[in-house]
Ligand binder design. Structure first.
Ligand code: UT7
Length: 321
């Protein structure tokens, strides 16, 4: 027994920031950002709370699944930066939806939703849970160095959610880590206020070696697709829809090229959303589900890479009309 996806939701901040908007204070251009990444604009938090977007997307997913708060057996939130260290975002969502199930946040950077799906699968297949709420919300705009044109143009903010229930749906999953503490690094504020802290503080913003991430990403995405398909007894050609992490259109194209997949099977929203870290695949899923793209029985493959360095892929059968 594994799980199927019973409902999805997403919520994006109101404010849209275009590449031209960024060019008003950065030495960059719409042309550079579009041709190097595929990004045209992104949503950025202004006066909204990330919590509220997470709760809105959770309620939409629960409404679609017909799941009450009392019915949830587990709540997982994939995030690198909740509004509060404690309560966790998962507990904040639990309070808002009237749940008392175990609830915790997990950080696997951009692969967080895939890690959450695999944890949900373990709880469900071991009989510990029947209904799990997975939420992801990222406020990337609050983690960036807005003077670093090589990284701040890439990201956006947003939230998404899915309810998964015990049943047939998940076909295979693969997760891995290639530990590296330099290629993508985002220090937190640990020890900042302690009088005993003698370790020099790092600048509190993302540092990234874009070229190294690019090489890792192309290799990891391809390898995870192959491994997940092998575990499911499928070939990449058997997959109906690819939902890749939305980091860079060139990374998506380069990692899928060897599989000779029809490009119309590869879903993207990077042009309008940029890279929302873990939340990217969740929002992508909800947007295309709401458009009616998926038919019952379709095979969907999620694939992602991120800081850590983490990577993974999950294949599911779409089980909704
Ligand atoms: O979720 C994971 C997060 N991270 C990623 O996915 C990042 C993966 N890496 C990438 O997407 C690409 O490496 C980037 C988009 C970050 C960079 O693209 P690139 O084609 O590898 O460019 P580059 O780093 O080789 O830079 C080329 C030039 C440099 O100028 P010089 O040294 O040739 O004079 C950069 O300074 O482009 C310059 N540059 C920019 N120019 C205008 C870097 N950022 C910008 C910018 N606007 N925003």
């Amino acid at each position: 027994m594994s799980f199927y996806i019973a409902g999805t939701g997403s919520a994006l901040p109101q404010k849209v920031v275009t590449n031209d908007d960024l060019a008003t204070f950065l030495d960059t251009s719409d042309e550079w950002i579009r041709t190097r990444t595929g990004i045209r604009s992104r949503h950025v938090l202004t006066d909204e709370r990330l919590d509220d977007l997470a709760i809105a997307s959770a309620k939409t997913a629960m409404g679609e699944a017909g799941a009450s708060g009392a019915e949830l057996d587990l709540i997982l939130c994939a995030t690198m930066r909740a509004d509060t260290f404690t309560p966790s975002l998962a507990c904040t969502v639990a309070e808002a939806v009237g749940a008392t199930a175990p609830a915790f946040d997990l950080n696997a950077a951009c692969v967080g939703v895939l890690y959450a799906m695999e944890i949900a699968d373990s709880f469900i297949s071991s009989g510990k849970a029947k209904t799990v709420l997975i939420v992801s919300a990222e406020a990337m705009s609050k983690l960036l160095d807005w003077t670093d044109r090589a990284s701040c143009v890439l990201f956006g903010d947003g939230a998404g959610a899915m309810v998964v229930r015990a049943g047939e749906g998940r076909l295979a999953g693969v997760l891995s880590t290639k530990p590296d503490s330099h290629v993508i690094r985002m220090p937190n504020i640990e020890g900042l206020n302690s009088p005993y802290n003698e370790i020099a503080q790092e600048k509190l913003a993302m540092h990234m070696d874009g070229g190294e991430v690019y090489k890792f990403a192309v290799n990891a995405m391809g390898r995870n697709i192959e491994e997940a398909c092998a575990r499911a007894g499928l070939t990449p050609a058997d997959i109906d829809w690819y939902l890749p992490h939305q980091a860079n259109l060139r990374i998506i194209d380069a990692s899928l090229k060897k599989f000779k997949i029809d490009k119309s099977k590869v879903l993207t929203n990077i042009a309008e959303c940029g890279n929302m870290s873990a939340t990217s695949v969740m929002v992508l899923l909800d947007q295309f589900a709401k458009k009616g793209t998926f038919k019952r029985g379709d095979k969907l493959l999620f694939v992602a890479f991120g800081g850590g360095l983490t990577s993974g892929a999950v294949i599911i059968t779409w089980n909704k009309d």
